[in-house]
Design a protein around this ligand. Sequence first.
Ligand code: SAH
Ligand code: SF4
Length: 344
Amino acid sequence: MFTHSIRRYSLTVNKVYSLSEIKEMLLLEEEEAFALYEEANSLTEKLFGKSIFVRGIIEFSNVCAKNCLYCGIRRGNKNVKRYHIGKEDLKKIIMDAHNDNFKTIVLQSGEVDVYDNDITEVIEYVKSKCDIAITLSMGEKSREQYIEWKNAGADRYLLRIETTNRKLFENLHPDDDFDNRLKSLMTLKELGYEVGTGVMIGLPKQTEEDLASDILFFKENDFDMLGVGPFIPHNETPLRDIKSVNMSMVLNFLSAMRLVTYDTNIPATTSMATLDKEGREKALNAGANVIMPNYTPQKYRESYKLYDNKICTKEDAEHTMEFTKKTVERAGKVLVLERGDRRR
Ligand code: SAH
Ligand code: SF4
């Protein structure tokens, strides 16, 4: 019955879902959950065919001034060996990614301001040499800074809301203010970035209602990219004893998110593959249309551990296009070398 109602609406129109309908999707089990994944996959294939976009992620610095309770590279973790890839090396790594056929790269780091000018220079340099879409994931910055990077040529920005439950957000972020996070997201949209946000699934005290509200928030604000994944504990953080959710909850969330937000770009994330060794393949069959291999040079990966057992800290082959292509093919999909801009 429920499966039917999804089938009738979601594939034909951009249906509006209610909070209770979304919650119902999150609670589905077994066959009904599989039917939901199939619906999400059909919608994804209707919109994108079997194509999966690829973006290389470069974690260029783990220096962070913030102390988010869940994160392994929070400033309070004194066991982290801190590194920062300087601007000349970073330019070279991005040009290598371009030569390896990446049409998009994501520059991600902890949150400090000292390297912001370098990033402006890196963006300008890369944009003068080649056509590669640049996504930044460097946290909350001033409006002026966002403008400077946009003018330099940055295309997209990823900033997760982490949870739309204000109280929970405040408990997890000693340095952040919920309204400021929202304001940053709105500023990025206003400045013409393609904007991505997302949440962690399975945070302590997070309810199904919270998760359903997260999905409605994505829809109502029309974000372009939605990066979500399970919360995974890190043994040197205050949340070390919290257990992760099951992969099935992650997939329910992903599929519900696809059906509700329709034509957004949704990646199969590293945290999904860490939770379940076939996590990426499963995600690519439940609504995800993007894959993000790690393009960080090998020697730094061990030091960019946001959570325990993060995959691809050791495998050399992991960052190659060939490895990613195989993962995508195992999921029955086709890797495409395009920028993968939001399609409406
Ligand atoms: N400093 C930037 C970008 C790096 S963190 C920022 O905070 O936006 C990138 C993402 O990693 C965060 O948005 C968070 O959702 C995720 N993350 C951090 N710790 C995690 C954990 N323990 N489990 C799962 N995801 C985590
Ligand atoms: Fe720093 Fe981002 Fe980790 Fe928070 S989530 S501690 S801002 S790297």
